[in-house]
Design a protein around this ligand. Structure first.
Ligand code: HDE
Length: 711
């Protein structure tokens, strides 16, 4: 036993040394150091087989130069064999994803609510990996489809892995794991034709939603702006289920986890999202990668809603029902600490693809609730990962290793990487002094919260689970007028995609339980008879659900601005705006007719290569000759591309700036379509408009321009 104590003391010291806060360059990050041991750099080396023979592997070995390839060519066999086995099954859900490394730091010592060490040591940075994902699409599907997104975070704590495998929407579609396969089968491409890809705008999805009204609350979230984020840096994250935090005294609090982005919240319009799919299928992936690459590290605050054990039953909904959220008006969030993503992956497959997140990766001080969906997930993830990784040793992959040492008596299996010493692989044992030894909760071992359970074995659910509509209504009521419009447009589009009138009618019937006006607005556009009013809307609202009302970013870092140019444009003005925006941390780009130098401007993209939908804002400098080129179509742009830049920026409610003659081009492009001048900034020069333009970029979207079909 003494040996044990000594080993664990030495281990604690090593861990403590490792955790001296690592700098932003990631030096001293224990996860970086661990991954380094496995990294391979081929640059400057000679080619070898996997078994180390130096070779020339460009030509296969043949019987004569024009003859057949010989079976004895071990180099070719090895190379082709490896290639043939390069693919692994994609994730059953959340197949399309993008990941990045970072760190988490708590703001203070949260010992009052949890024994988890990484939340109790404000001076300690815990390495983190985050993977964002869409749910329904295949691994190669576009980023900006309308879908829920995963927000899965792994904390490499010194007490083991903690994975917070959440989503960007607060509720979930179904409350019981038993219904998850049905939900996914209904949402995935229909099995006869395998269409459509990556979204719910089809018949089977709405057939299921209409039959299963508990889905409605989450359908509303997915059909609102939450389902088409502008950037993955501007999404909230939610743990969805109720978890427990347990402190050293064994006191448990229920918590809901949130990630609050410091970049603000923002979403695309559906028209825009569809166009982005065509222009840059990897839009979100590129956006995240570029920001991190440029040192603009996205940040989120980890927040919790804390509910004392004794308040468990005081809500109208059941805390273990994941189709419900805890309104922030009832329980405000407490911000525990900050996550910073500051390092891109070196290799997508080894890191983002091979990470195996699991809600059952919990650390001491964090526990689960009886949420039946969460209970099912605790079974599912390991199971699916065996299928995906094809070996029970996937936890030995570099991205999956905890930073603290692993000791147990698990042995062998495909692809075993470890060489275990000694002959003892069982417990209890005398030959190894009963080690690895058991660690009790009061000695630092995992705490299983001793919840008292009693009841009859049966299927079903308790009464509060049957309220399917109150929170869907609360969500709808809490949106701004523009947000309601977007959600309604989304519902019209998606339900209207169903050829079956019966499906459309049943879906309207379900929505009618939320609000008659809402149901009628949708119904009249999709050829469904207007339903009779059956409920009064109580007009209850809560805070924290509107994207438009979420606090804005404090600066314009990473905002992308297209500067429209043509020969004859005022280059001084164009450069002045470019330099102002760059100084403020925004990402301006000159868009021109040809790549390369144009009267001193470095044109890095053209009207052929890019489009308005790929930018947060547009600026048009002055210069009579240049504006003539744009206005009079002197270059015979095949599709009036420069004009479309302005038209789309306007329709998508984005800032538009112009100086001197540039304003004329904006007026020409918008013709008489302008219903609101909000977010259109005009003036004589950059110095005159720069502050207003900055304010508009912070604002990001001007929803007053959105067409509202019903006041
Ligand atoms: Fe998942 N989910 N899920 N899920 N989930 C998977 O696990 C599953 C659920 C979520 O970036 C799979 O390793 C079941 C809720 C994310 O690597 C699979 C149920 C939430 C990710 C699986 C749920 C999520 C997954 C597929 C109902 C939000 C991607 C590959 C009981 C809180 C993680 C894998 C990553 C991945 C099953 C419900 C989020 C098949 C059975 C609720 C973010 O095991």
């Amino acid at each position: 036993m003494k040996v044990n104590l000594l080993i664990s003391a030495v281990f604690s010291i090593v861990i403590a040394i490792q955790h001296i806060a690592f700098a932003d360059d990631n030096s001293n990050d224990p996860k970086v150091e661990q991954m380094e041991q496995f990294s391979v750099c081929n640059a400057g080396h000679e080619e070898t087989t996997q078994f180390g023979q130096r070779i020339n592997n460009t030509d296969s070995l043949k019987a004569g130069l024009g003859g057949p390839t010989l079976l004895e060519d071990f180099m070719m066999r090895e190379k082709i064999m490896h290639f043939d086995h390069e693919r692994i099954p994609e994730r059953a859900v959340h197949a399309r994803g993008v990941g990045a490394h970072g760190y988490f730091e708590p703001y203070t010592d949260w010992s009052n609510i949890t024994a988890a060490k990484f939340l109790r040591t404000p001076d300690t940075r815990t390495p983190v990996f985050v993977r964002f994902s869409t749910v329904l699409g295949s691994r190669g599907s576009p980023d900006t489809v309308r879908d829920v997104r995963g927000f899965a975070t792994r904390f490499y704590t010194e007490e083991g892995l903690f994975d917070l495998v959440g989503n960007v929407v607060a509720p979930f579609f179904v409350h019981d794991a038993m219904k998850f396969p049905d939900l996914i089968h209904a949402g995935k491409p229909e099995p006869d034709r395998e269409t459509p890809q990556a979204g719910t705008a089809h018949e089977t999805a709405y057939d299921f939603f209409a039959e299963f009204p508990e889905t409605l609350h989450t359908v509303f979230w997915a059909l609102s702006g939450r389902g088409i984020p502008n950037s993955l840096r501007q999404v909230e994250g939610f743990g969805v289920h109720t978890f427990r935090l347990i402190n050293e005294d064994g006191v448990s609090h229920f918590v809901k986890f949130h990630w609050k982005p410091l970049q603000g919240l923002s979403n695309m319009l559906w028209d825009e999202a569809q166009k982005v799919c065509g222009k840059d299928i990897d839009f979100h992936r590129n956006d995240l990668y570029n920001a991190i690459d440029n040192g603009d590290y996205p940040e989120w605050e980890l927040a919790v809603q804390i509910i004392p054990e004794e308040d468990e039953d005081k809500f109208d909904f059941d805390l273990t029902d994941p189709t419900k959220l805890v309104p922030e008006s009832l329980v405000p969030v407490t911000r525990l600490g900050k996550l910073v993503l500051n390092r891109n992956v070196e290799n997508y497959f080894s890191e983002t693809e091979q990470i195996t997140m699991h809600p059952g990766h919990l650390v001491r001080g964090i526990g689960v609730s009886n949420d039946p969906l969460l209970q099912g997930r605790l079974f599912s993830y390991l199971d699916t990962q065996i299928n995906r990784m094809n070996s029970a040793n996937f936890m030995q992959l570099p991205i999956n290793r905890p930073i603290n040492p692993v000791h147990n008596n698990q042995r062998d299996g495909y692809m075993q990487q470890n060489v275990y010493k000694g002959k003892v692989a069982y417990y209890p044992n005398g030959l190894q002094d009963n080690t690895p030894s058991m660690v009790e909760p009061d000695q630092g071992g995992y705490i299983d919260y001793p919840e008292k359970i009693s009841g009859y074995k049966q299927r079903g659910k308790t009464a509060k689970f049957f309220d399917y509509y109150s929170q869907a209504r609360l969500f709808y009521n809490s949106l701004t007028a523009a947000e309601k419009q977007q959600m309604i447009d989304g519902l019209r589009f998606e339900i209207g995609k169903s050829k079956s009138l019966d499906v459309r009618r049943r879906m309207i019937n379900v929505i009618n339980h939320v609000d008659n006006d809402l149901a009628c607005r949708i119904a009249k556009r999709i050829n469904v008879p207007l339903p009779e009013k059956i409920v009064e809307n109580d007009n209850q609202t809560t805070v924290g659900l509107s994207i438009e009302e979420y606090p804005k970013a404090r600066n314009i870092r990473t905002r992308t601005v297209a500067i429209l140019t043509a020969p004859g444009i005022d280059t001084n003005e164009a450069l002045a705006m470019f330099s102002y925006l760059s100084k403020e941390g925004a990402y301006p780009t000159f868009v021109g007719i040809n790549l390369g130098d144009q009267e001193g401007l470095n044109i890095t993209t053209t009207y052929l290569h890019t489009a308005s939908v790929l930018y947060d804002a547009v600026y048009v400098p002055g210069g009579k000759d240049g504006i003539d080129v744009l206005t009079n179509d002197l270059f015979e742009f095949p599709y009036e591309e420069p004009k479309n830049f302005i038209v789309e920026a306007y329709r998508h409610c984005k800032p538009i700036a112009a100086t001197a003659e540039g304003s004329k081009f904006v007026d020409y492009a918008l013709d008489k379509k302008v219903t609101s001048n909000d977010g259109i900034v005009k003036g004589d020069s950059t110095s005159v408009i720069q502050n207003d333009f900055k304010a508009a970029l912070i604002q990001q979207r001007f929803w007053s321009r959105l067409y509202l079909d019903h006041e």
